[in-house]
Design a binder for this molecule. Structure first.
Ligand SMILES: [Ca+2]
Ligand SMILES: [Ca+2]
Length: 529
């Protein structure tokens, strides 16, 4: 200890805290510098060696700076490290504390648990965890990784890497931290993936496995991405790997939406494709679902018929015409649902029928009848709650909205549905609904479902066989165009409770207007595939 000043140069493979002569009688590692070197601003290390022998703990205590172009190996504790260290820094002892600084290359070898200390912790290039080692990242810290992770041992805590998923970078494994994302179509752009291991998340009274990913792309809608979610057996939290399913939360882990995915228990991966947006993702087995199976559709639509100046008329309700049982049990819907009320709630315009689809032209996954209210909200039979689907898993669905004498509409894209679905407002833009000119322009930037499909065949037709107009005349008797009939009729296109063929507020004219206004041979079809 006669000269504590040490200038570290490239020394690979030796315990760098060796001071003076090694047990073999040769001088290794640190090179001693004289005070004039210090005066020239050279880098300084102060070593205090607790033990000399290779088999004993050795500490690194620094009070200056470190210029490392090789490898620094510490068997005991390191302290006083500068905020950033070049070269390779290796902790090769048994259980050790790892100060939170910016390492260039961090190697964790030896054995036991390497516990990081509080603070900003980064690895500019590569992080290596040897097979007998557990890296325990302090709970308030996240390791920011620049390069790759070599994980022969275990990692607990949070590690994060950011990759620009754009241009030719159509896939990344994010430095091997355990999530691989590939994409086509819309570029996610710069995307950060934070993996957390060793902690379970909770939902629906159940726990997840002890791993989750928080994935944040720059563009986070309209994606077509595939996620390969890796896990390790020691994170299973006593769950059955073969029935693992992915779950995602868009509210920070409060509610969870089932995503499914394909488990490969040999590869220890769960793969899910067709992902349109990212968020917080974890996994749980079939016996520990993180969400209930009830989801809701929270949608706003307008019907052109009863619409005027921002809201819809409740004339049918006022006239007592709305049936207490859902009316879609006839052709063409043939919906056998038992939705029924003892009285129609206030503010209700009419019954609606809502379908969920997994693909734009695929089969109906689930169907329910509910009400639409004067403000456009589609609600359950209580008259206020979003329309619930009790037997459907949360996830991404196309929403199809049907009405007995208006052309059906469908959401332009899938909508993420959960027990707390966000509002999907069809009324604000044509682009909210699927297809070309799917809705009527109601003025003032408001759009609604086309009125006039009296025979509910999906097409507005004014003349010729199977047209919608003639049915109105038939309903009022078939000859005298001045007669009217009151009640709950599909021929009451404007839904004021009166079937009327001619004169003010008649139900015929809007059909002609909707097919173009002049050529009676034109038609208009629903845009729902
Ligand atoms: Ca029709
Ligand atoms: Ca009418």
């Amino acid at each position: 200890m006669n000269d504590p000043m040490v200038h570290i140069k490239d020394r690979r493979g030796f315990p760098m805290v060796t001071q003076g002569k090694s047990p073999h009688g040769r001088r290794h590692g640190p090179i001693y510098e004289s005070p004039p070197v210090l005066a020239r601003g050279m880098l300084v290390l102060l070593f205090i060696v607790s033990m000399i022998a290779h088999s004993s703990a050795q500490n690194l205590i620094n009070s200056g700076t470190i210029n490392n172009t090789g490898t620094i190996r510490v068997k005991g504790e390191a302290s006083g490290l500068p905020s950033a260290i070049d070269g390779i820094f290796e902790y090769f002892g048994a259980s050790q504390n790892v100060p939170a600084v910016q390492y260039k290359n961090l190697v964790l070898s030896g054995s036991g648990t390497k516990s990081t200390e509080t603070g900003d912790f980064g690895v500019t290039t590569d992080l290596s965890i040897a097979s007998l080692v557990t890296l325990s990242i302090e709970s308030s810290s996240t390791i920011t990784l620049g390069g790759t992770l070599s994980e022969q041992g275990k990692l607990t805590g949070a590690i994060k890497k950011t990759v620009d998923l754009s241009g030719s970078t159509t896939s990344s494994d994010f430095g091997g931290i355990g999530a691989t994302i590939s994409w086509s179509g819309t570029e996610p752009g710069s995307t950060s993936v934070m993996r957390s291991s060793g902690t379970a998340l909770t939902g629906n009274g159940n726990q997840s496995i002890k791993r989750y990913y928080d994935i944040v792309p720059t563009t986070n809608s309209g994606l077509n991405a595939t996620l390969v979610f890796e896990y390790s057996d020691d994170e299973l939290n006593s769950q059955n790997a073969s029935t693992l399913e992915l779950w995602r939360s868009i509210d920070g882990g409060v509610t969870w939406i089932r995503q499914g995915g394909a488990v490969d228990t040999a590869a220890k991966t769960i793969t899910k494709d067709g992902i349109t947006s990212f968020s917080l993702w974890t996994a749980a087995d079939a016996d520990h679902p993180l969400g209930t199976s009830a989801i809701v559709v929270n949608a706003k639509i307008f019907l052109q018929g009863p619409y005027s100046n921002g809201s819809m008329s409740t004339a049918l309700n006022g006239g007592g015409y709305i049936p207490l049982d859902q009316p879609y049990n006839t052709s063409p819907w043939n919906y056998a649902g038992t939705e029924s009320v003892t009285s129609v709630p206030a503010g209700v315009v009419d019954w609606m029928l809502v379908d969920l689809r997994s693909t734009s032209d695929g089969p109906v996954v689930a169907r329910r009848a509910g009400f639409v209210k004067s403000d456009g909200l589609v609600v359950d039979i209580d008259g206020s709650s979003p329309l619930a689907f009790s037997d459907v898993s949360g996830g991404d669905y196309y929403i199809v909205i049907r009405h007995r004498n208006h052309l059906a509409i469908m959401s332009a894209n899938v909508v993420t549905l959960s027990s707390s679905s966000e509002l999907y407002d069809f009324t604000t833009s044509q682009s909210k609904a699927f297809g070309t000119e799917p809705m009527a322009d109601l003025g003032g930037g408001v759009f609604g479902m086309w009125a006039g499909d009296v025979n509910a065949n999906g097409t507005l037709k004014f003349s010729g066989s199977g047209n919608d107009r003639a049915l109105i005349l038939t309903r009022i008797g078939g000859t005298d165009i001045t007669l009217t009939v009151s009640g709950y009729y599909a021929e009451d296109v404007n839904m004021n409770g009166i079937v009327k063929y001619s004169g003010a507020e008649n139900d015929r004219a809007v059909i002609l207007t909707n097919i173009g206004g002049t050529d009676i041979t034109l038609t208009r079809a629903t845009q729902v595939p």
